[in-house]
Design a protein around this ligand. Structure first.
Ligand SMILES: NC(=O)C1=CN([C@@H]2O[C@H](COP(=O)(O)OP(=O)(O)OC[C@H]3O[C@@H](n4cnc5c(N)ncnc54)[C@H](OP(=O)(O)O)[C@@H]3O)[C@@H](O)[C@H]2O)C=CC1
Ligand SMILES: Nc1nc(O)c(N)c(N[C@@H]2O[C@H](COP(=O)(O)O)[C@@H](O)[C@H]2O)n1
Length: 267
């Protein structure tokens, strides 16, 4: 256990994983850092370091608790993240590293990204890429992709990625199918780190067992990137009935608030 994580926080979060894993999907922890005005990135998607040192360590510690860590291709392309636990203090027993999972319908991920470089250098788990089983030529052209779908798949596999194809008729990959694929391939717990569209989709599907939000004392402004919820309107709010507040704490300058389900949903 890391000293940066208060025992009551640990107890609440770890109790989620003591519950039986749902049969149809992994345990899902949705976590991100936001400003006071609920932005997770700057104008045009500029990556912001919102978390201070203490809450960032908490996030890295959380990463080690999960089998997988999932992001959308928007975050992968924008941030080129590593998704490891490098901010944790060194210790004799290596930390468990989560498997990076990128949701990427069209296979836009770069074979030169840090996730693949780290894997090639033996300092990261093999990344998994989840894509659509169907080609979408219109979208591929609009994203300026010049190589064929098969060429992109082969380039990613050559670089070390494992590619999973999911059937979909939608422009986006269905979250339940993604989760089912992960569960079927040995992932019992997944930490979803964003970005904006992925956060919105997971909230929309109501498949979140733990929601852990770092709130930094920062204002980003209206041009910043936030997440949304299609079911909400100016006249109504959407309540997550199954999420109960379990912890609020101070990590350096940030507040971290955690909600968990009672473990009865998920099938
Ligand atoms: N503060 C924080 O904690 C964090 C901030 N960020 C920030 O978020 C921003 C990126 O967010 P965003 O651009 O929204 O990108 P996302 O990382 O949310 O990826 C979105 C893309 O994922 C693909 N996708 C496929 N299926 C789905 C689905 N069911 N739901 C949602 N997306 C799906 C789509 O691309 P396609 O159709 O090509 O498959 C979509 O455009 C960056 O600026 C980053 O810095 C990111 C993480 C955490
Ligand atoms: N917890 C947290 N705080 C912030 O301020 C952030 N910007 C993020 N971003 C997420 O972390 C990823 C970067 O991870 P690495 O440092 O490369 O390991 C980034 O892509 C977002 O998913 N998170």
């Amino acid at each position: 256990m890391e000293s940066n994580c208060p025992p009551e926080f640990l107890a609440q979060i770890l109790s989620r994983y003591a519950l039986p894993t749902p049969t149809a999907r992994p345990h899902v922890t949705l976590t991100f850092a936001q400003s006071l005005d609920a932005k997770i990135a700057g104008a045009g998607g500029r990556q912001l370091v919102l978390s201070g040192k203490e809450s960032m360590i908490m996030t890295h510690w959380m990463r080690t608790l999960h089998d997988g860590i999932l992001i959308g291709i928007g975050t992968a392309l924008n941030d080129d993240p590593q998704l490891n636990a490098r901010h944790l203090p060194p210790r004799a027993t290596p930390y468990a590293l989560p498997r990076p999972i990128v949701v990427d319908s069209l296979l836009r991920l770069s074979p030169n990204c840090k996730l693949l470089k780290n894997y090639q250098n033996g300092v990261g788990r093999r990344p998994w890429v989840i894509c659509s089983a169907l080609e979408n030529t219109g979208s591929e052209i609009s994203h300026g992709l010049t190589t064929s779908r098969l060429q992109r798949k082969q380039a990613l596999e050559t670089a070390g990625a494992k590619v999973f194809e999911i059937s979909t008729t939608d422009t986006q990959l269905p979250i339940p199918s993604i989760l089912q694929t992960l569960r079927g391939n040995g992932i019992s717990s997944v930490m979803v780190e964003g970005g904006a569209q992925i956060i919105s989709s997971f909230m929309q599907e109501d498949v979140v067992d733990a929601l852990i939000v770092t709130v930094a004392p920062t204002m980003v402004g209206e041009a910043g990137i936030g997440y949304g919820f299609a079911g909400s309107s100016p006249d109504s709010v959407v309540e997550f009935q199954s999420l109960q507040h379990v912890y609020t704490g101070v990590f350096g300058k940030d507040s971290v608030v955690a909600f968990c389900t009672d473990g009865t949903k998920g099938g």
